[in-house]
Design a protein. Structure first.
Lengths: 128, 993
């Protein structure tokens, strides 16, 4: 079932790769190049899911995740962290920030798409 | 019949009462603290009471009254006898036995009981001479018992008299016995039927007078007392005559037959007062007449005795003695002759006539032999008269006559003649009286005792002194045992001390080695004869095995080996001494002494002392060995402790610091802190955040576990430092558990580890990002059918990310090459502007929001550099400028030719976050990225600036920077230009391959 996905990553290559892949599965894709932009879009568009990179200019992925999860308006949004940090401490931090799951770069695009289906997200209308 | 009122009847008891009362007072004053005197005064009190009661009886108006008083008189009479008995016992220093005590108590009880029941007196009659009691038989029995008690008392006194050797004491006992006999005799007479009880008067007076004599002149002999008593009698008579005259006048003048008794007493008192000056004058006149000479003599003796109480040296009492004697006997000269070293008698002190001082008497002449057997002084005139003295040579007689000797008094002690007192003639030229001779004999015997005492004292003192000297020397040697600083000197001193103390001419101390060989030898007393005997002495003891040491054969073997001149000079048995030096059954050496200094033999004392020295030497040698071992061990241990890089801390069971080595002081930052004895956890508490760890370290129990434990302690003060702490238990001397902490500074290792970890994390991050793109597109293309446009873009991205990966790997390789010095440079002449433009072109597409200003003149001198490396330097610097100015802004690249050596200086300026001064140092090291909140999200491997620095320096340039926090930074680097070469500047072209 097509859902709205926000991809937040400062790497243009990854953004466009994910955009193409998600569009292939008919998901609606929103893109943000840093943390602040991600929050703005998330609040405005209220996507079903956010793929959130950890290391971005400005706010880090953890900070963004925490803020969105603390905001009642965006707390329901599923957040999957994308991290190049393979250490256990990073995964722990992701959980502490309230992330629903995380993928370690380089990740499998197909696994990513499967994850969306597993989440069984109910698409909802964008907020008023 | 009327009661008698005549003075002769009434006065005697009254006088006796007064006299005894006074005596009692005197006796009490003389010695109230002395029990003997107290008993004596009790005896006198009884006599006083008795006299008073007699008086009261006599003045009774009728027999009935008289009988009442007489009933009291009798028990007092009886009571005085046990009182005397107890006194006599006490005075004779004979303890009251059970028998004596019982008899006395029974007697007292019986007497009191019978007296109170009136069984002692039957009746009273008035005769012409007064009241006469008719006594009951019981009284006679008791009286007999009383006399027996008195006799027993006298017997006790007699026994004391017999046993005493002290002249004064014997005299005193004799007084008491004689004095006692008078009242006893008087009472006995009174008991017999007789016309008049005059015995009371006489006996009492005599008893009292002798008692007075005894109390006042207790040093006089009895004959003097007799004379004295007689003199007092004369005085009494002198008083009695006016008394009788006055009474008669009063009786006649008043024409009254009967005078009241109190009037008599009044008259007596008035007379006594009036005649008192006469009495005193008479007494002194009598004293002068009778006793002057004797008194002088006895004073002399007393004075002499007093002075000789404390004997320390002979000279002073000797000169005192001759002075006193000369004054006492009024001789014109006195000398005291004592044996001199040669045995003859010569004067050691003289007074008056000087010729006496030169007199010498040979020993073992007939004269001295004779005097040795005599107590009495010898008068010179007897030399002619006595048959035994005919043998005395004329020469001797002549010399004595010439010196003016008149009287020779022998001083004898233990049947030997210890000295002679020689007196010249009396000043009056009169012969010496018997009294004087006796006095001189007494003085002589006392002097002999004194001389003997002094001799003993001096010899004892000398012995003590010698003993003390020996002890001190011994003690000194013993003290040496504690010294280890100079072992040889200690041993040398020991043998020297032993030799001098014992008084030997030569001494040797040999030290045996482990294999019986002589390891060392010390000699003493050979110095004066040069080195040869010394060497031979050592040779003498060489080869003596330790089996023979300490056994009797040693002496023989030593003698056999020793050259005669040195050790074996004297071969008689007691002319050498040997003591083994044995410790714990092992013979360490031998001490050997030869020839007693004064040519006599060694004594058993010497032997004992040498054995003691043997013991000392054993301890000393053992101590030296131990000391050397300890010094070696301790020295190396201390050297290790002070030189090792690791810190060593020893804590006691309470966690207090017992020891810490210099490294520990440095590592813990305790320089200048007096940390010994301080609590380790408390001391370091402010320096670390690891308080629980600190507690665990210092908890004694953690250290006592069997294994060593390693933990890390992170110190924050005074400098951040990480220490690896190994704890291990140390068993203490007193069974307590100490904890040892071995500290190793691991700050550098940890920092390197951290940097490596950070690099790995960063590198992996840097690698993973392009890998994500590459793998993502590849996967997409393999699993999905995508439009061609998408496919093309994807492939382009894969290619680009591949390039990026290559660049990162290049960076890593470069770092590795720079670090190992294997970087290859291809230096060419290049136009700087071209290189700058190339670098900017490469970065520009990825730097949105940044503008690039290039102020590099194309016409400036060419640079001499490896073009690729220079491009990399610029790319790295410009990339950094972009990265660290996240807000965007201009990045300015400028270049100018430096005047002196033609180097080209290139600068890259940004308007970014800037670099804190404290971070600038480590900016150019590997894997080191400035950690600030703003840089947390800035990507970088931490290699860029390290590579810049490495490359620039390889090309012969330098890197430096200027920066202001939050305003931006400028990085400068220099590279050689064309002019540098022309001007002969140093151009570093390593080009190592």
């Amino acid at each position: 079932m097509p859902v709205t996905v926000l991809v937040a990553d400062d790497e243009e290559a990854i953004r466009s790769m994910l955009a193409i892949t998600l569009a292939e599965d008919n998901h609606k894709v929103l893109l943000a190049k840093d943390g602040e932009e991600a929050i703005t879009i998330a609040q405005r568009e209220s996507p079903d899911l956010i793929f959130l990179d950890v290391l971005m200019p400005g706010l880090s992925g953890y900070q963004v995740c925490k803020m969105l999860k603390q905001d009642p308006k965006t707390a329901h949004i599923k957040i999957i962290m994308l991290t190049a940090m393979a250490q256990e401490s990073d995964q722990k931090r992701a959980h502490e920030a309230g992330a629903d799951d995380y993928f370690v770069k380089p990740f499998s695009l197909m696994a990513l798409l499967d994850k969306i289906n597993q989440l069984n997200l109910q698409p909802r209308q964008a907020s008023s | 019949m009327e009661a008698l009122n005549t003075p002769a009847y009434l006065i005697p008891p009254l006088a006796a009462a007064i006299l005894c009362g006074l005596l009692d007072v005197i006796a009490l004053r003389a010695g109230v603290r002395n029990p003997t005197y107290r008993i004596f005064s009790l005896f006198l009190l009884a006599l006083t009471l008795w006299a008073v009661l007699i008086y009261l009886m006599r003045v009774s108006p009728d027999t009935a009254h008289a009988m009442r008083w007489e009933r009291l008189v009798l028990p007092v009479t009886l009571m005085s006898t046990p009182a005397f008995f107890v006194f006599a016992k006490s005075y004779a220093r004979r303890p009251m036995g059970t028998l004596s005590t019982s008899i006395t108590l029974v007697y007292v009880a019986t007497a009191i009981g019978l007296a109170l029941s009136g069984r002692l007196l039957e009746s009273m009659t008035l005769e012409s001479y007064g009241y006469v009691p008719t006594l009951a038989p019981a009284f006679y029995v008791l009286a007999l018992g009383g006399y027996l008690l008195m006799a027993a008392g006298v017997y006790n006194l007699y026994r004391a008299y017999r046993d005493s050797d002290v002249y004064v004491e014997r005299n005193r006992l004799l007084y008491i016995m004689i004095a006692t006999s008078f009242p006893v005799l008087g009472t006995v007479l009174d008991l017999l039927p007789q016309p008049y009880p005059g015995a009371i008067f006489g006996s009492f007076l005599f008893g009292a007078v002798t008692t007075v004599a005894m109390l006042r002149y207790h040093l006089l002999d009895v004959r003097v007392v007799v004379k004295k008593g007689l003199s007092y009698l004369a005085i009494s008579a002198l008083i009695a005559v006016p008394y009788v005259v006055v009474i008669s006048i009063v009786s006649l003048g008043l024409n009254r037959d009967q005078i009241r008794p109190d009037v008599y007493i009044l008259i007596l008192v008035v007379l006594a007062l009036l005649l008192q000056p006469l009495w005193s004058r008479l007494q002194s006149a009598v004293d002068r007449t009778f006793f002057r000479q004797r008194q002088d003599l006895f004073h002399t003796l007393e004075e002499f005795t007093g002075r000789t109480r404390s004997i320390a040296e002979l000279e002073k009492p000797a000169s005192d003695l001759v002075d006193i004697i000369r004054t006492a006997v009024r001789a014109d000269g006195v000398a005291l002759l004592l044996p001199s070293d040669s045995g003859d008698f010569s004067s050691i002190a003289s007074s008056g006539r000087e010729s006496l001082a030169t007199l010498r008497l040979n020993r073992q002449t007939p004269l001295t032999v004779w005097m040795e057997k005599q107590h009495a002084p010898l008068e010179m005139r007897h030399l002619e008269l006595d048959a035994h003295l005919q043998a005395v040579s004329d020469k001797e007689k002549e010399s004595m006559r010439h010196a003016g000797a008149r009287l020779l008094v022998p001083l004898r002690m233990r049947e030997r003649l210890s000295g002679i007192l020689v007196l010249g003639p009396k000043v009056s030229e009169a012969p010496y009286s018997q009294d004087e001779m006796r006095l001189l004999s007494m003085v002589a015997s006392q002097t002999a005792v004194l001389l003997d005492d002094t001799r003993l004292y001096q010899s004892v003192t000398a012995q003590l002194e010698e003993g003390r000297n020996r002890l001190e020397a011994f003690q000194k040697s013993a003290d040496r045992l504690a010294l280890g600083e100079d072992a040889d000197r200690s041993v040398q001193e020991l043998i020297d001390t032993a030799r001098t103390l014992i008084g030997a001419r030569y001494g040797t101390l040999a030290v045996w080695g482990a294999k019986n060989e002589m390891r060392r030898s010390f000699v003493s007393g050979f110095a004066a004869q040069g080195h040869e005997p010394l060497g031979r002495a050592s040779e003498g003891v060489r080869g003596v095995s330790r089996e023979s040491a300490g056994s009797g054969t040693l002496a023989a073997s030593l003698d056999a080996l020793a050259p005669a001149a040195a050790l074996g000079a004297a071969r008689t048995p007691r002319t050498r001494l040997i003591a083994p030096i044995v410790r714990k059954g092992r013979s360490l050496g031998t001490i050997y002494l030869v020839e007693k200094e004064n040519a006599s033999e060694f004594t058993s004392d010497d032997e004992r002392i040498l054995n003691l020295f043997g013991v000392l030497a054993a301890v000393l040698l053992e101590n030296i060995n131990l000391y050397q071992e300890v010094v070696l061990e301790r020295g190396s241990l201390a050297a290790i402790q002070s030189s090792m890089a690791e810190g060593l801390v020893v804590l006691n069971a309470e966690g207090k610091i017992n020891y810490l080595n210099p490294a520990a002081i440095e590592l813990l930052g305790l320089t200048g802190v007096d940390s010994l004895g301080r609590d380790f956890a408390q001391l370091l508490g402010p320096r670390t955040a690891d308080t629980p760890l600190l507690k665990k370290l210092t908890d004694g129990r953690s250290g006592t576990s069997s294994g060593d434990a390693v933990t890390e302690l992170r110190l924050t003060l005074p400098v951040a430092r990480e220490l690896a702490v190994t704890t291990f238990p140390i068993p203490g001397v007193q069974n307590e558990m100490l904890t040892g902490l071995l500290l190793r500074d691991v700050s550098r290792e940890r920092e390197l580890e951290r940097r490596r970890d950070a690099f790995v994390a960063t590198a992996s991050h840097e690698l993973r990002t392009p890998m994500t793109t590459i793998m993502g597109y590849s996967e997409l293309f393999l699993t999905r059918k995508v439009p061609e446009a998408v496919q093309k873009e994807g492939l382009q991205r894969i290619y680009k990310e591949g390039q990026r990966l290559t660049a990162i790997v290049d960076d890593l390789l470069n770092v590795s090459r720079i670090q190992s010095g294997r970087l290859h440079l291809e230096v060419t002449r290049a136009v700087l502007r071209d290189i700058v433009d190339e670098a900017v072109a490469m970065i520009k597409p990825t730097a949105e929001g940044h503008t690039f200003v290039v102020n590099v003149d194309r016409g400036m001198p060419l640079v001499l550099a490896d073009r690729d490396k220079l491009t990399q330097v610029l790319i790295n610097l410009v990339t950094n400028a972009v990265k660290y100015s996240p807000a965007g802004g201009p990045v300015t690249i400028a270049a100018m030719s430096q005047a002196p050596d033609g180097r080209i200086v290139v600068s890259v300026t940004d308007t970014g976050i800037g670099i804190a001064p404290e971070d600038r140092e480590r900016l150019f090291t590997t894997f080191n990225r400035i950690r600030r909140p703003e840089t947390a999200t800035i990507r970088g491997s931490g290699l860029g600036l390290f590579i810049v620095k490495g490359l620039v320096e390889l090309m012969g340039g330098q890197v430096w920077l200027e920066s202001e926090m939050n305003h931006g930074s400028t990085f400068y680097f220099s590279v050689p230009g064309e002019a540098t070469v022309e001007r002969g500047g140093v151009l570093a072209v390593p080009g190592r391959s």
